[in-house]
Design a protein around this ligand. Structure first.
Ligand SMILES: C[S@@+](CC[C@H](N)C(=O)[O-])C[C@H]1O[C@@H](n2cnc3c(N)ncnc32)[C@H](O)[C@@H]1O
Length: 332
C-alpha cells in the first residue's frame, strides 16, 4: 500500500494528518482540525496573499536574522535576502544545473540563475508562476509537483528550501536520484521535528529519520548546520503580524456590518457559519504555530548538503531497483 501522502492529489502540507513515520503503516487517520487545506481555497492561496500582497515580501522562507536584530518589516526583508544569498554560497563549485523543488516565489532560484546557474524551478501551486516564469532567461518554471516531475536533463543539484516536508520522504529521495547525475547533490534548508508532535504535525520529518532514509538511498552528509536561532525570530514577527493586522480586521468588519445592516448580518453569519469557524480555526492554529519558544523546543532548522555516494556506500538499493528508478542500465 502506498504511503497515504502518495494517494493525495496536491494539497498543502497541513492536510497530512499524521507524521510520515505513522503514515507508512497504513492510511492516515483523518484529524478534524487538519482535514482542511488551510493554504489554498479554490485557487486562492491565503498565506501567499498575506506575505506578498499585504506584507510586500518577496520570499516565502523564514530568513536568517542576526543576533539582537530588531523585528521590523525591513529587517525581515533583509533576513530573507541573507538566507537566499547564504544558500547560493553553499552551492559546490561543480554545480551548474539546479532543480529548485517547491520554489515558492522563486527568489532563491532567481539568485542562483543570477549566479550563472541554469535553474528549473517547480511548484504545484498555480499562483507561483506569475512571480517566477520569465523572471530570468536561465530560469524555467514548471507547474508540477516533484513526485511526478520528469527531468529532461540530469541536474547537478536538487534544492529543497523549506519544501521537503510537503511530500513523502522516500518518494522525494527516489525522485532526487532520478533527477541528478551520478555523484550529484541534494541541498536541504528546512525544518525537522526532534520528535513527531501534534503542534508541528506539518513537519513530517525528524532529522534521524530523514538522514537514515537518505543514507538508504546512497546519500552521504557533506555539511550540516543548525540555523534554528537565526530563523526563529520570523515566528515572533509572524505572531505580531497576526495579532496586529489579521485578527482585528474581521472584527472591525463584523462590528461595521452588524451596525449597518443587522438583518443581512444575521443571514451572513448563518449562511457562512462553517467558513467563519474554519477561519477562526486557521487563526488558532497559526497562533500555536508561531510560538517561538515552542518552535525552538520542538524543531531544528537545518541546512544539509548531501552528496550521492559514488562508491555506492550504504546505497541500500540493489542494482535492479536502482536501474528501475534512474533509468540507467543495471550492471550485467
Ligand atoms: C514554504 S514554501 C517554500 C518556498 C521556497 N522554496 C522558499 O524557500 O521560499 C513550500 C513550497 O513547496 C511547494 N510544494 C508543495 N507541495 C509540493 C510538491 N509535492 N512538490 C514540489 N513542491 C511542492 C509549495 O507550492 C511551495 O512552493
Amino acid at each position: 500500500m502506498p504511503p497515504a501522502s502518495e494517494t493525495l492529489s496536491y494539497q498543502s502540507n497541513f492536510v497530512s494528518a499524521e507524521p510520515a513515520s505513522h503514515q507508512s503503516g497504513g492510511a492516515a487517520v483523518p484529524d478534524r482540525l487538519f482535514e482542511y487545506n488551510y493554504f489554498e481555497y479554490g485557487g486562492f492561496d491565503l498565506e501567499l496573499y498575506f506575505v506578498r500582497e499585504i506584507l510586500g515580501l518577496e520570499s516565502l522562507h523564514y530568513g536568517c536574522f542576526e543576533l539582537h536584530e530588531p523585528l521590523t518589516l525591513e529587517t525581515v526583508r533583509r533576513a530573507q535576502h541573507r538566507y537566499t544569498q547564504s544558500l547560493v554560497e553553499m552551492l559546490p563549485s561543480d554545480v551548474e544545473r539546479v532543480i529548485d523543488v517547491g520554489c515558492g516565489m522563486g527568489d532563491v532560484a532567481r539568485a542562483m540563475a543570477r549566479r550563472g546557474k541554469t535553474v528549473v524551478a517547480l511548484s504545484p501551486d498555480r499562483n507561483h508562476g506569475q512571480y517566477v516564469a520569465g523572471s530570468h532567461p536561465d530560469l524555467t518554471f514548471v507547474n508540477e509537483k516533484f513526485e511526478t516531475f520528469m527531468a529532461t536533463e540530469p541536474a547537478d543539484l536538487v534544492l529543497m528550501s523549506e519544501s521537503q516536508n510537503y511530500f513523502d520522504t522516500v518518494a522525494g529521495l527516489r525522485q532526487v536520484r532520478r533527477c541528478i547525475r551520478p555523484g550529484g547533490y541534494l541541498l536541504i534548508s528546512g525544518m525537522f521535528v526532534k520528535e513527531p508532535c501534534a503542534e508541528f504535525r506539518d513537519i513530517i520529518n525528524t532529522e534521524g529519520g530523514y538522514f537514515e532514509a537518505a543514507a538508504d538511498h546512497g546519500f552521504d552528509v557533506i555539511k550540516r548546520s543548525d540555523i534554528t536561532e537565526e530563523v526563529s525570530p520570523t515566528l515572533e514577527f509572524a505572531r505580531r503580524s497576526l495579532e496586529q493586522f489579521v485578527e482585528p480586521l474581521p472584527r472591525l468588519l463584523d462590528h461595521y456590518m452588524r451596525a449597518r445592516s443587522p438583518v443581512k448580518y444575521w443571514f451572513l453569519r448563518t449562511f457562512f457559519r462553517r467558513q467563519f469557524k474554519d477561519y477562526q480555526r486557521t487563526l488558532d492554529y497559526y497562533h500555536k504555530r508561531f510560538d517561538q519558544a515552542l518552535f525552538k523546543e520542538k524543531v531544528r532548522y537545518l541546512r544539509v548538503l548531501f552528496r550521492q555516494s559514488t562508491n555506492g556506500s550504504r546505497a541500500g538499493l540493489d542494482p535492479h531497483t536502482e536501474a528501475a528508478i534512474t533509468g540507467r542500465r543495471a550492471p550485467a
